[in-house]
Design a protein around this ligand. Structure first.
Ligand SMILES: [Zn+2]
Length: 477
């Protein structure tokens, strides 16, 4: 039997406001444990929350950038549950009147575009962090993260594979970065996803029973979790069992998910309107002002790259998958006349080295202008394409400018006829057979001799000049 996988993601993004959602404590990541806290975010009795206006603005930005309808009336609710990282024993969230509804984003997989629905986006506060590993005799709690503003982006169950889930997360991350509402650092937990997944026989209309895996914080773990959980559910069904609706924990090290608890329903949380906060009523003009301030979004930028620079769709997609990378490209193109060449260097050598070093695009160790200047050196004929690859690698490792590297290492193209004539003489003397072949009309022999001369000069000779000198010498004799 063939199965279809049905996936919906609930994505949490920490907003990059300066202060927390209901108090003026800093949202900065890290810091000494329990120092970014006050009586409000640690839930002392009698304190009152005050909503940070910037949180609403950022959530509206995210809603507009994902084609949502912005609610002119929404409210905040208490979601009650007990857990040691939640000192109030309730989280202020939004229940039945979220800030944003009915949006979508477009994703690309295998060259095809697919529209994925966004059910809603609401604001809420983050919880603290438990640390189980540092202490043998107990668990420690750090409340620094309590009250850091979050948006939860609830997606429709429109995704059908691990690849689509990955593409969706990447597109969301890219959009949130472009509009500047979250740094989306997955390794720091500022972007994380809950994966809702079920399987059903191909052709079946009704959905299978779903499980939820919480807090996946890397693209890799999302892909692996989707694949493993789908297989687990299929095995369960094929062996005559049934899938249990539950929350599972993905264990990335062991590559499997384990049952945590039976899935809770909304009524388990005893939601009720937050009595300490008034409803959020948005002024239309204010919302339109935010819409007008939105920057060029990834899809628009991608189209511009294809239209203006003639880049292939695929390349434009990769370049706009991250704001940092896209800005790097834009910056380099501004200083170069050859956008295509700049793109090729990024898509080829830059991506390769980053991958080899296990580095992110945020860590590119030289400014975009260096790449523009490297492209310029090739165009001017100062260095050959082969040498440029060497220079690029050195630029990456040392952070030095391309001209400095070329000068220090003596890598300029040798186009001095006098110097090259001696090289040509030597190559002809060493390869009498090839010379004879050439004279018999074997054009291939010339290519071989050019190769020898290039080797002799360690790739620095001007190949066209070498070609000309070799021909002249052999035709003359
Ligand atoms: Zn506080």
């Amino acid at each position: 039997m063939e199965y279809e996988i049905v996936i919906g993601l609930e994505v949490h993004a920490e907003l990059s406001t300066k202060s927390k959602i209901y108090c003026s404590c800093t949202t900065e990541f890290g810091g000494e444990e329990n120092t970014h806290c006050c009586p409000i975010c640690t839930g002392m009795p009698g304190v009152l929350p005050v909503l940070n206006k910037k949180v609403v603005e950022y959530a509206v930005r995210a809603g507009l950038a994902t084609n949502c309808t912005i609610a002119d009336y929404s409210k905040q609710d208490r979601k009650n549950y007990f857990y040691p990282d939640l000192p109030k024993a309730y989280q202020i969230s939004q229940y039945d009147f979220p800030l944003c509804k009915n949006g979508y984003i477009d994703i690309e997989t295998d060259g095809k575009t697919k529209r994925v629905g966004i059910t809603r986006i609401h604001i809420e506060e983050d919880a603290g962090k438990l640390m189980h590993d540092e202490w043998d005799t107990g668990t420690l709690v750090d409340y620094n993260r309590c009250g850091v503003p979050l948006i939860e982006i609830v997606g429709e169950p429109d995704l059908r594979s691990a690849e689509e889930a990955r593409a969706y997360m990447e597109k969301l991350r890219s959009i949130l970065q472009f509009i500047g509402v979250s740094d989306c650092k997955m390794q720091e937990g500022s972007l994380r996803a809950d994966v809702n997944l079920s399987v059903r026989p191909v052709g079946q209309k009704e959905l299978g029973t779903r499980t939820e895996m919480k807090n996946l914080n890397s693209f890799r773990s999302i892909v692996r979790a989707v694949e493993a959980e789908a297989q687990r559910q299929i095995r369960e069904i094929e062996s005559g069992g049934t899938v249990v609706q539950e929350t599972r924990r993905w264990d990335d090290e062991r590559g499997l998910s384990v049952s945590m608890r039976s899935k809770e329903e909304a009524h388990d949380y005893r939601y009720f309107p937050e009595p300490d906060l008034v409803p959020i009523v948005l002024d239309k003009e204010w919302v339109e002002g935010i819409r007008a301030s939105l920057p060029e979004l990834p899809d628009a930028r991608k189209k511009r790259y294809v239209r203006e620079f003639g880049l292939p769709e695929y390349d434009a997609e990769i370049l706009t998958s991250s704001k940092v990378l896209s800005d790097f490209f834009d910056d380099a193109v501004k200083q170069s006349s050859n956008a295509k060449a700049v793109s090729n260097w990024i898509m080829g050598d830059l991506m390769r080295i980053l991958k080899e070093k296990g580095m992110e695009v945020e860590n590119i160790p030289f400014p975009a202008g260096y790449l523009a200047r490297l492209v310029g050196l090739i165009e001017k004929g100062t260095i050959s394409g082969t040498i440029a690859k060497k220079v690029f690698e050195k630029m990456f490792l040392s952070g030095k400018g391309p001209e400095t590297i070329v000068k220090e290492e003596g890598l300029e193209v040798v186009s001095d006829e006098g110097a090259l004539t001696a090289v040509v003489r030597k190559v002809l003397d060493n390869n009498p057979q090839s010379v004879a072949d050439y004279r018999k009309g074997k054009e291939k022999a010339l290519g071989f001799l050019v190769g020898q001369a290039m080797r002799e000069t360690k790739g620095k000779a001007d190949p066209q000049l070498i070609n000309k000198l070799l021909k002249e010498a052999m035709d003359k004799a």
